[in-house]
Design a protein around this ligand. Sequence first.
Ligand SMILES: *[C@@H]1O[C@H](CO)[C@@H](O)[C@H](O)[C@H]1NC(C)=O
Ligand SMILES: *[C@@H]1O[C@H](CO)[C@@H](O)[C@H](O)[C@H]1NC(C)=O
Length: 473
Amino acid sequence: MRLFPVGGCSTYALFLPLVLAHREYLPSWSANFYRPHGLHEVEVKSVGLVNVETVFFATDSGISTLHDGLLTPVVELRDAELTSFHLCHHRSSIFYETLSRDGGVLTIYEYNLALKESVKVTSFQETVPAKALACIDHLLLRSSRANLVAISLATHGAPRSMLQKFKEDEYLASLAVAFPADSVQHAEIFGVVPRNRSVVKLRLNQDSVNLRLSEVEELLTAGDGTDGPIEHASVLEPLHVAWLHGKLLVVDKCSLRQVSGEPMVVKTLLGRSDLECSVNETLAPAPWASKISAARGVATESEGTAGQTALLLTGQQVIQVTQDDTCAEISRETCVKAGCGWAEGDRTSQRHCFPCKRLQSWADAQRPALDPCVLEAGTQPGPTRYDLEACGCVPPPAPTKAPKSQGAPLLILLRLVAFFGAIGAGLTYCYRGYRQRQRQQLEAEMYMPAPHVQFHTFNDSGYVRYDESEPFS
Ligand SMILES: *[C@@H]1O[C@H](CO)[C@@H](O)[C@H](O)[C@H]1NC(C)=O
Ligand SMILES: *[C@@H]1O[C@H](CO)[C@@H](O)[C@H](O)[C@H]1NC(C)=O
């Protein structure tokens, strides 16, 4: 709301739907991947994956792998709590940090996925737990509220290089590395700075003596969350970054966005630029019609995979987001001709052509399972329209036109006067109505029951702050 200080009701009432920033949608598909259920659910803090068959979840008490919908522990902690987790694709290992129960020691271990065993890397006699870990070549980067350090994995004793000391909360909350298997000089590091809501790019330089931070460049700044060329694009509230096959993924409040191309362009994979996230999550065939809560993490497939898959950890579930351009037609006509389904929103950027088999799996995943044709019949709420004729749905009968009124010009004039009179009266009252709705919404939010399933997060301070009303003022 603070982005749009508007004086009068009419402007608000008429332009409320336009408050959302411009988004450009990529051909992508989102589906529920995992949803904890029952009383013995786990509180997932972080996700890592090699591919969609090999997925790891981190909780306070250890790391589990998901197989056939069941979680099997791979690392169980007894006298310590897990504080950070990172799956390092090029080393086929998982780095994790633990804080001893008595509070005194932070230890980093590396769990080898092939040997199925953990080796201690290093330990810290301090209690500022890691916010993020990331591997580059033979280095492990560790970011905490206090500093960014690089730990050498190739040298005995795991010597550390101090890259940056953070003052006044300007720490990096999430790290992603482009080309992590390349040498340190070539790797690009991306990070999220919660303090000023920006995404930054870092570079390292290694000379014969030491390793240091050679460059910090701001990639995306805080704004209304507009997509487009990177110079004009902005982020609302970046939470996490991840690298996927040459592209940078950014979890931005309740949407997943992507930075890619040369020159760089920002586009959206899932969700909208709402200032308030949804409590009840819904996944729809059209990416702008899906609503998710603020995401708590994102993980991407290893470079060696053919897929284009990321897993998004939200407050209620793990969502699989896959780029899929098998039906990348840009007009309704060519899309239907190609045998695909079509979705269209109110904005010109909201056009989505998708394979019919995806539509069927979406319908099967609903509880209770739905007939996909209900989307076309328009029984689902929301402004998105679907054309599913190519997917075997019979189009709904065209609305029968009312017989044309043969009224005299005077009658038409009277109707116009009545019409504009009604609009005027409506506008006069709507500001009050708006204020009242705002108050009610605020009250509703204050008393909103906690979601049934709760995930916790490493970067708890970041999200706890998000839950407050004015997180970064
Ligand atoms: C945000 O913080 C980062 C890291 O401290 C800095 O590099 C960047 O310039 C800051 N951006 C703004 C707009 O202040
Ligand atoms: C969320 O879903 C629950 C259960 O379906 C429902 O009771 C609740 O009213 C919904 N909340 C909102 C804000 O839509």
